[in-house]
Design a protein around this ligand. Sequence first.
Ligand SMILES: O=C1O[C@H](COP(=O)(O)O)[C@@H](O)[C@H](O)[C@H]1O
Length: 260
Amino acid sequence: MAGTTQRKREVFPSKDELSVALAKYTANLSAKFCKEKGFFTVVLSGGGLIDWLCKLLEPPYIDSVEWSKWHVFWVDERVCSYEDPDSNYKLAMDGFLSKVGIPNENIYAIDKHYSADGDAENCAMLYEECLRKLVKQNILPLCTYGKYQYPQFDLQLLGMGPDGHMASLFPGHPQIHVIDKWVTYITDSPKPPPKRITFTLPVINSALYNLMAVCDDHTEQCPRSIAEIFKHNNLALPAANLTAQVEEMWYLDQAAASLL
Ligand SMILES: O=C1O[C@H](COP(=O)(O)O)[C@@H](O)[C@H](O)[C@H]1O
């Protein structure tokens, strides 16, 4: 997969300092893209990330960010109802999106009915269709890789699981190799719940800016995965395959970076 950027990283003494930097990075890019083209396309993940975005809900950002110009997507989603505590949509709505003024029509969630029915294949198909419509409406430009074209987002805010997974691309599972689709699905995820949809790797890597935030909660595996990625570029870990079109930035807390 073509990569155009150098992997960059910053290590923060604590989650709190990482959150401050994450808010600043996101707000700066929001201001840049809103000024340049009138809107900002942002992709969220689930997990700890939503919690770490909390500083955006405080001054100065809560008042200065042009929330009405945001378009929000998910890099992966669990195939379950919107009310299920496993839902990445619910996590982001409850912890972040319901507290800022993003128009409902700019929040692009997984299909409500197929997800409640547990139909991962149709959820993936419909999410890809949604992205294709936004390409036609000039909200998402296309990025060409080899013989395929992929939608291009301004910023993706990503997280990594201790096993090195990103989005719902898991080590040893075939979804990481899918290049002829924008959104694919998994029905046997090693991390519950088993049914999920996920952007494919080339879509993830087509983004202009990719920020990967990793904080470790005293797992032994997370710092080992970070060391595998930064010291050995071990591509068996899906997160090691991350790149971006303008900037690939990793924000690590001290615990996650402890083996570097
Ligand atoms: O299952 C998922 O895991 C990853 C990492 O989450 P974390 O809890 O280790 O922070 C997350 O980025 C992804 O969106 C989510 O579906």
